[in-house]
Design a protein. Structure first.
Length: 450
């Protein structure tokens, strides 16, 4: 039995898969933040290049990956798919567990898959600088890398608490030649307003997005880039699932379950949408599960409504599962899973009953991550460990029932910059936190009325 399923560089997919082509109904279009009317391509043009806006609304099933983007992908793609045989044995489960490992990218996660594509489409239209926000730094570092490889400038607003507490991703951003500013900052109107109200604000993704969007809207040579949530971002990540389809075939297996963690939904969509496409067009019956933290329960406890993507209400309104745009997340360690909203496409698929969602507590995630590391070697990102916790539950169910189900999950990144959190877990100091119901109700009062 093989451990590793590898593809040659020639087998790197030449198309992304667009779920929009196969959905029974389309998701609702975004609304303009001022007029609350459907936002057309022109409304998005100050922030995004037309190439990406067209992908945002495309209903073509397959979209070609530009040759230069594939060239850069080849620095780390195709990524390996592995059979977690040692972990299966440790768990004593008859389940067959496979994982796709995205931690082999230079930034250590799946995020460069879209960063490179976004930078490339911007460059084609003469944009020379990108702005963005970053939480713990995974997205900021991925975009810095992409801009560096394509000869563009990059400005990153990094959530202040992470800027000071997690300095090494900030260092990576600088090594790859980008500028990084702690948010909220005094460089934007949005940042100054937050600081006036609370000089000690730790910042949030919503605030940092407001700052990055404001800067991009002001200058013609500058666009904004978002690391998750939007349709084009999810599209770029489907290279993961496109490869996994080929690799599962190599392994002579097909998943009964596909599992991914969700922050904004991009790595989950990346691994699962191609398999969801097989469900929709070829009658396959794979159960697809999105896993979120109990501390940021967007899909399991949020509402499906139009909401802003940021705190200052500058972005278009998206119909999504949301905890409210002024959600300030508790300080859990899976920094990448703390966004208030869920990708409209993932939310829509969930509402249609095409995918499931589950929440797990962070100690459960760390416990599963450690268990996985002790068998498979790789130390997972705390975000990915949420998916691993779900896989362990499924493996446990198989043990009870004696069924040898096939499970595929996305190992979205490694945890090498999260070792302080692992220490806390191992020292028994990590606490669980479920987001309180009254805070959810409170935030819902501020949802826009459309
Ligand atoms: C950012 C990140 C996530 C969460 O983002 P999605 O858009 O939901 O994929 C998950 N895992 C890792 C390793 C990340 O860096």
């Amino acid at each position: 039995m093989a451990t590793k399923y590898l593809l040659s560089e020639e087998q790197l997919p030449n198309v992304w898969y667009n779920l929009m082509a196969d959905l029974p109904t389309p998701p609702p279009a975004p609304l303009h933040p001022a007029t609350l009317q459907p936002a057309g391509p022109d409304d998005l043009a100050p922030l995004f290049p037309m190439g990406l806006i067209m992908q945002e609304v495309s209903t073509e099933r397959f979209i070609e990956i530009p040759e230069e983007v594939r060239d850069i992908y080849r620095l780390w793609r195709p990524t390996p798919l592995l059979r977690a045989a040692r972990w299966e044995k440790a768990l004593g489960t008859p389940a067959k567990i496979f994982y796709k490992y995205e931690g082999v990218s230079p930034a250590g996660s799946h995020k460069p898959n879209t960063a490179v594509a976004q930078a490339w489409y911007n460059k084609q239209e003469g944009v020379t600088r990108l702005t963005t926000e970053t939480g713990a730094g995974q997205w900021g570092s991925a975009l810095a890398l992409a801009c560096q490889l394509l000869g563009m400038q990059c400005l990153v607003y990094m959530v202040k608490v992470s800027y000071f507490q997690k300095p090494y991703r900030r260092s990576m951003i600088r090594v790859w030649g980008a500028e990084v500013i702690p948010s909220p900052s005094d460089t934007t109107t949005a940042g100054r307003a937050i600081l006036a109200a609370d000089p000690d604000s730790p910042g949030s993704l919503g605030i940092a997005i407001s700052e990055a969007v404001e800067v991009a809207a002001q200058r013609d040579d500058t666009h904004y880039s978002l690391g998750s949530v939007l349709n084009h971002v999810l599209l770029h990540q489907t290279v993961i699932g496109q490869e996994a389809l080929l690799q599962m075939e190599q392994a002579d297996a097909y998943p009964d379950y596909v599992v991914g963690c969700v922050g904004g939904g991009s790595n989950f969509a990346g691994i699962s949408f191609p398999f969801l496409g097989e469900n929709l067009t070829k009658g396959k019956k794979t159960r697809i599960i999105a896993v979120e933290p109990a501390a940021c329960p967007t899909m399991t406890r949020g509402v499906y409504a139009f909401d802003y993507g940021d705190t200052a209400k500058l972005t278009p309104l998206l119909k999504m599962e949301t905890l409210g745009h002024d959600f300030i997340p508790p300080g859990i360690h899976a920094g990448g899973l703390r966004y208030h909203g869920m990708a409209p496409l993932v939310s829509h698929a969930h509402q249609l009953g095409l995918i499931d969602a589950q929440a797990v507590l962070q100690t459960e995630a760390f416990s599963a991550g450690v268990s996985f590391a002790r068998s498979e070697g790789i130390i997972p990102a705390p975000e990915s460990s949420h998916a691993i916790a779900m896989v362990r539950q499924l493996a446990e169910e198989c043990k009870q029932s004696g069924e040898a189900k096939t499970i595929l999950f996305n190992l979205s990144g490694h945890g090498h910059f999260d070792m302080a959190a692992y220490d806390q877990y191992l020292d028994g100091k990590l606490e669980d936190y479920a987001y309180p119901e009254e805070k959810i109700r409170e935030a819902m009062k501020n949802l826009p009325v459309v």
